[in-house]
Each structure stands twice: as structure tokens, then as C-alpha cells.
Design a protein around this ligand. Structure first.
Ligand code: MG
Length: 378
């Protein structure tokens, strides 16, 4: 949405922004946040999302979500809600498209393994790594490292952050210390992420056969909409019934989020983004919907994310990440010169190893593991 007049007073605007770290001429034919969105789409880390695990590893099947298709679904949901609430669609799209750029290969298993490896060196947080990708690691522009994004885009990318790390980040970390809220666009991207993965993980879980519709009958959010589908189309079954149910669930969550957030915003009377920062979180589900969403999340945790076949993949992923980290730390000479620290300092070397591993796609990590540990792979 480019029309500034259509934005609500509490929407983020480039005009009131702290802007970019390195000053640049104003863009001619697009808004500042559109420029951020475009920079994100053109960066290398964005392309890597195609080969990074969401829940199922990329080679397990062509129809499962990858981190790239997950990201596109998040952006779609976030934009719909933003338009309804008259928030800045360009900003919410930029944040959504960048929100998972710092994820390691193999999803949460990879992130937990790398975090454990980095325990003595400040740990590894994927949100912080996403910020590091756009602030430091991308090498695309002559004038600066990273993508030089707007403050609000970077703030939205840094969804969570430990107090220890927040203290080292300056202005972008300050809200975690002051316990203030980010823009409504950032709050929205966060919940759009939740709507996207809860629903697509049911879809992928059913498709994989690891969970069943019979199990989902105990989950009210699913059962209620499945019943509606049966009423509307008696005898409907299979993939069509599942898709029709899931699209209704997404719609119910989106409508609830819009209505609840609109009402919460109305109650506190916001005149500016500053008011947003000082208010409690305002983008939210109704308590009833929140309860249902939490039950669904619990169901997925117990029945899908901890399914023994998923555990096997998780275990392999953990071993690959840990093996690679251990080998590179013991023998930095195994690293290409791009990832060797020039100053010989351990902390900067270890961070380079983490950057290298975090940047890997699933298949690259599997191949690199073979190259390092197997004689038949060079
Ligand atoms: Mg996500």
C-alpha cells in the first residue's frame, strides 16, 4: 500500500523512522519499506530458504512446505490483516519475508544443536542471526555490508532477544531492556507466522501420514471446521476435505485476529507509533481463539514434532551440525579462506564457523558432512 493517506495514524511510516544506518538518497518510484522488501527478495539468504527445512527435510517430498513457501504464506496472511487494520503493508511484507533468514539447516533441530555448540561463545539465536544476515553477512552493495534496511524492518526481524545480547545491540535491542513493544506491523508478522505454521503443519502432517484425521477429531478448531465442511459438502473426503477444512481454519484465525486487534486498538486510542511502543501488545487473538490455537500447537508438538520418524531426522540433523562444528573448530584449516578468521582470535573464528553452518541449506550440510568425514566424497 503506497497511499500514505490510507494508513492509520498508528501505522509505521518512513517519515517518522530513524531510517537506515547508512544514509541513502530517497527511492524514486517506491516507498522505503518497498525498497527493503525488494532488497530481501534479491539477497542470497532468501534463495537458500528454498532448501531449508520447515518440519520436513526438503528431499522427503516435493509438496511439503519449505522455509521459502512457509515465508511466502506468512507474508500473504500478514498483508491481508495489515490491509484490514490500515497498517503498512510494505513493512509487514518486508518483515515477513525476512523473518526466517537466519534459520540453520534442519529447522529447530539444527538451531538447538548450533546453540549448544556455541554455549561457551554467546550461544546462537536464530532471530539474532536473521538480523546479522541483513546487517552484516550479505555482501551485495558497494557502500556497506548487509542490506542497510530501515530501523522498523530490522526491529521486526529481531522478534526475540536475550537481555545479554540486547545490551550489545544499541537502539535495536533497547526495547527488550525497556520492555516496550515494536510496531504493530512487527507484532502482526509474528502472529501471521503462527497462523501459517499451525495450519500448514497440519496439512503436511496429514499428507505425510504421521498424523491422522481421527487424531485431529479431538482438536476443536479442526473438528468444528471439518464438521462444517461435511455439512456443506456431504460425503466429501480425502485431500479436498482437508484443504477445505484448513482454509476455513485460516480464515477463522485471520478474522478473529483482525476483529480482536481492531477492538484492542480502539480501546487504547493510538495517535502514533510512539503510542504503540508504550501500549501493551495489541495485535492478538481473542482469549477463546487463543486457547484453541494453543491446544492445536500442543497437539502438533506431541504428535508431529515428536513423532519417532521426525525424531530420527532430528537426531541425524543434530549429529551433522555438531560434527561439522567440532571439526571446523578443531581444524580451522578445513574451512575455505572466506570463513577463516584473519586475526586469529577464537571468538571471531567461532562466530565465522557458526555463520558458515547457519548459512548452509539442508542438502549442502549433508554434502559438506560427507566431504569432511567420508573418503569417497571430495
Ligand atoms: Mg517462521
Amino acid at each position: 500500500m503506497n497511499d500514505e493517506l490510507a494508513l492509520a495514524p498508528y501505522a509505521a511510516r518512513p517519515a517518522g523512522s530513524p531510517g537506515r544506518k547508512f544514509a541513502e538518497p530517497a527511492p524514486g518510484s517506491r516507498s522505503e519499506f518497498q525498497r527493503d522488501r525488494d532488497r530481501i527478495i534479491h539477497c542470497a539468504a532468501f534463495r537458500r530458504l528454498e532448501y531449508k527445512t520447515q518440519v520436513f527435510v526438503n528431499h522427503e517430498g516435493d509438496l511439503f512446505r519449505t522455509r521459502l513457501t512457509h515465508t511466502i504464506e506468512v507474508a500473504q496472511i500478514a498483508r491481508s490483516v495489515a490491509r484490514n487494520l490500515r497498517l503498512n503493508e510494505d513493512l509487514v511484507e518486508a518483515i515477513s519475508l525476512a523473518h526466517d533468514l537466519g534459520h540453520t539447516p534442519f529447522g529447530h533441530a539444527g538451531q538447538d544443536a548450533l546453540n549448544a555448540c556455541m554455549a561457551d561463545y554467546g550461544g546462537f539465536e536464530h532471530n539474532l542471526q536473521s538480523l546479522r544476515v541483513v546487517d552484516v553477512l550479505e555482501e551485495r552493495y558497494g557502500a556497506f555490508d548487509g542490506l542497510n534496511l530501515m530501523f522498523e524492518t530490522r526491529e521486526g526481524i529481531l522478534k526475540h532477544c536475550s537481555a545479554v545480547n540486547a545490551r550489545t545491540l544499541g537502539a535495536i535491542g533497547q526495547r527488550f531492556l525497556d520492555k516496550k513493544q515494536p510496531t504493530l506491523e512487527a507484532q502482526l508478522a509474528n502472529l501471521a507466522d503462527e497462523i501459517a505454521y499451525n495450519n500448514h503443519d497440519i496439512d503436511d502432517g496429514l499428507r505425510s501420514g504421521l498424523i491422522s484425521e481421527a487424531q485431529l477429531a479431538q482438536i476443536d478448531l479442526y473438528a468444528r471446521h471439518r464438521h462444517q465442511v461435511e455439512q456443506a459438502y456431504p460425503g466429501i473426503s480425502g485431500r479436498r476435505a482437508i484443504s477445505e477444512t484448513i482454509r476455513r481454519m485460516i480464515n477463522a484465525l485471520v478474522v478473529d485476529l483482525i476483529d480482536t486487534s481492531r477492538e484492542r486498538i480502539r480501546q487504547v486510542r493510538l495517535d502514533s507509533v510512539d503510542d504503540v511502543r508504550n501500549a501493551p501488545p495489541l495485535i492478538a487473538f481473542s482469549p477463546a481463539m487463543q486457547t484453541q490455537a494453543t491446544l492445536l500447537k500442543q497437539f502438533l508438538r506431541e504428535n508431529l514434532y515428536r513423532h519417532y520418524l521426525v525424531n530420527r531426522m532430528t537426531s541425524k540433523a543434530r549429529r551433522i551440525v555438531t560434527d561439522l562444528f567440532t571439526a571446523f573448530m578443531a581444524e580451522p584449516g578445513l574451512l575455505s579462506p572466506d570463513y577463516e578468521s584473519r586475526d586469529g582470535d577464537t571468538t571471531s573464528q567461532v562466530r565465522k564457523v557458526a555463520d558458515y553452518i547457519a548459512g548452509m541449506t539442508d542438502r549442502y550440510a549433508i554434502r559438506e558432512h560427507r566431504r569432511i568425514f567420508m573418503m569417497d566424497e571430495l
